[in-house]
Ligand binder design. Structure first.
Ligand code: FES
Length: 74
């Protein structure tokens, strides 16, 4: 995996797994300290108590979401 490319994987019924050189900021430009973290999981179900990070609430609540892209995407 190239260090210059950030890879985002949409996990089935789960978070967005983000791998690569990541800078994560809030709307005011304050950064989360991601030192030593080569990857993070961002909540996309909205139920995490640790948003923007996933805390596993999606699984505890049996959250279901389609993950496949439309056929016209590569
Ligand atoms: S995706 Fe895991 S808690 Fe929301």
């Amino acid at each position: 995996m190239s260090e210059n490319v950030v890879h985002i994987t949409v996990r089935p019924n789960g978070p967005l797994r983000v791998e690569g050189h990541i800078v994560l900021k809030d709307a005011d430009g304050r950064e989360w300290d991601l030192t030593g973290k080569p990857a993070i999981s961002l909540c996309r179900c909205g139920m995490s108590d640790k948003r923007p990070f996933c805390d596993g609430a999606h699984a505890r609540n049996n959250w279901v979401c389609e993950t496949a892209p439309p056929d016209n995407l590569t």
